[in-house]
Design a protein. Structure first.
Lengths: 380, 380
């Protein structure tokens, strides 16, 4: 059975002070339906990816809630996996099609973060970590800083090389009219930005964002002249805490999920043309580039610094949307936005940031510090 | 493909002050594995039903978290649908088997509620409702009281007849060593208990509870001498808010999901021998009895009062576990506990509360005031 992407849409990502979660969802849902040429009554079920609505807004029951924005009361599931909530919602939606239960379902990723104070957001995001990490007072910048320290030491990588990840992603973001940041930055800008958790600086970190993205998937054939299929949807987990891992410089969940995905599709990493990577911090993309097999161990940051993943220069283009860093990171939406972005490239509809000739795309969505990884492969 | 229940387990439900959520989960997981004759490494994936860990404990990423208690890092999904989180987690788990993705998965329902203050619990549970309901200051006892007022007026039902629901469920709970309340009560006890939201009194309301339940389901055949299968798993949604509904005396989500389930299995409501009902309030069971087709409209409470759903007296036995009222209602666990209970009856292992000759069982798990309903049918 083929899983067809019939339609996709995303809101602008950013600090959308005037927009409610319901309105974000509505815009994404209506956009995806329109792109799919479908009406609400054509949708058999809804899957929602969201992490923080309960913690920030005391709102649960999100399946039923967002059915109201879809406009029909269909079976609906809210799926949570911290920052991989969007990807995991899609995974469960795909299962429902493969199970033969539905023909066409809509997957919504949505997050509203800027209505809460910075302290609330910092505390809320630590829900993705463990009791021990919270009790130790560590935050996610701190956790990823530990990974960056280990990585730089183990592979003799400089802060400037890590900074190149953000430089690339801001360049890509400058080409994306949905991106939160569309300003080109330099390595010097990153190096001069305020230290958050040594060696990570402000411009090594993805922002706090609002946004929603949606995708209509179906067992029906797409009417688009360049149809796109999801050919692999793989999930792997790891310990919740970083301190329980054998290595700080690889995420085994990513290695296992991506290897399973490559095997499923029958390709090697080198077969991927374009990938959306979960770059919550610059170090995360450097390590992911290696865990996904795009670079050799220790060479991820260096390859990025050398332009090997940049639009117009590289062979495997990573984060053409601008990634979490420049496009923004409304956590529940991110995994679905990645699908929206890759679909645009495989359709040849990505405009100024089009990866030419892209035929195979990958999305890499991670929850916590690698406690869960969700990998999707999309093909024409 | 047949969905086999290989093993089930539940912790005691109650005010388990000394037990952490992780420990609750561990006990339920290990119990279900033992009952199934399986080891952790035999489990291909984990599904977790939970509503409140984020809101009460700032803990998300529950799939990965509870993999640590399972002891293996397998693909894991946290599914939330307010008080129907357990049932909906099972539904998504069943999809994953039907999709051919896994052979054997474990579904965990878990909730820890007593670590929070009463005010926190009252506010937290309103996460299952809508913004408008929260802003109006209404709580779930208030919402169900509105339904009770409408029901009593429409069908000329007395408070004493509603009270009979709790009397039956406390009698059943007295036979269940996992139940939070094992004390037999009378209609007079209910009538004398403190008014919560007119006409609902304390003993019309399910308690605040801690607990965890788990079930191992598989495409493999069970080795139990009386194997149990899940033959239908149906979900329907409705508006989040009660005020958006046409009627206060029926939950259309329950009617639609149960009709779909009966159709799937090829039975009528009268074919059901035993059912676990989502009796968050006495009125909820009265209405559910009618929505499920066990009683005629307006006769649910009267039928219960007349003993037609009581062990040893009735033809269709409802809530042999004691239901949410007497067995307890740790919200994410409830939908799985219902499966555990029905499985015991179909195996003939329910001891003093055994429903004799039970061959077809049903579970009815509801989120919010009927915003979502999840119906499962189990058969030998």
């Amino acid at each position: 059975m083929k899983i067809n992407i019939l339609g996709t849409a995303t809101t602008e990502f950013g600090e959308l002070w005037k927009t409610s979660p319901r309105e974000l969802a509505r815009v994404a849902i209506q956009g995806a339906l329109k792109d799919a040429g479908k009406r609400p009554k054509d949708i058999d079920a809804l899957f929602v990816g969201n992490m923080l609505a309960g913690i920030f807004g005391n709102q649960a029951n999100l399946g039923s809630l967002f059915c109201e924005e879809l406009g029909v009361n269909v079976p609906a599931s809210h799926v949570e996996a911290a920052c991989a909530s969007g990807g995991l919602a899609l995974h469960n939606a795909i299962n429902s099609l493969l199970a033969g239960r539905y023909n066409t379902v809509l997957v919504l990723g949505v997050e509203k973060m800027t209505d809460s104070s910075q302290d609330e957001v910092t505390a809320g995001l630590m829900a993705a970590g463990s009791d021990e990490e919270r009790q130790a007072g560590v935050t996610f910048p701190g956790i990823y800083a530990l990974m960056a320290q280990a990585y730089m030491s183990e592979y003799n990588v400089t802060e400037e090389e890590l900074a190149a990840v953000s430089v690339k992603n801001h360049f890509h973001g400058s080409l994306n009219d949905k991106a939160q940041f569309r300003r080109i930055i330099t390595v010097e800008d990153v190096m001069r930005s305020g230290k958050i958790a040594d060696p990570l600086k402000l411009l090594d970190c993805s922002p706090i964002s609002d946004g929603a993205s949606a995708v209509v998937i179906s067992t029906e054939t797409s009417k688009n002249s360049k149809p796109v299929f999801i050919t692999a949807s793989e999930v792997a987990t790891d310990t919740l805490s970083l301190h329980d891992r054998q290595s700080f410089t690889t995420l085994s969940s990513v290695v296992r999920a991506s290897q399973a995905a490559y095997k499923k599709v029958g390709i090697k990493a080198s077969g991927v043309d374009v990938a959306e990577i979960h770059d919550c911090f610059s170090i995360a993309e450097a390590i992911a580039t290696e865990d996904l097999g795009f670079s050799k161990r220790g060479e991820g940051a260096k390859d990025i610094a050398n332009g090997r993943m940049t639009i117009g220069k590289g062979k495997i283009i990573t984060n053409p949307s601008g990634g979490l860093k420049a496009c923004g990171h409304p956590v529940g939406a991110t995994g679905i936005k990645q699908i929206v972005e890759i679909t645009q490239h495989l359709r040849g509809e990505a405009g100024a940031r089009q990866v030419r000739g892209a035929k195979i795309g990958l999305t890499h969505n991670v929850g916590g510090s690698g406690a869960i990884a969700v990998i999707h492969i999309l093909q024409n």
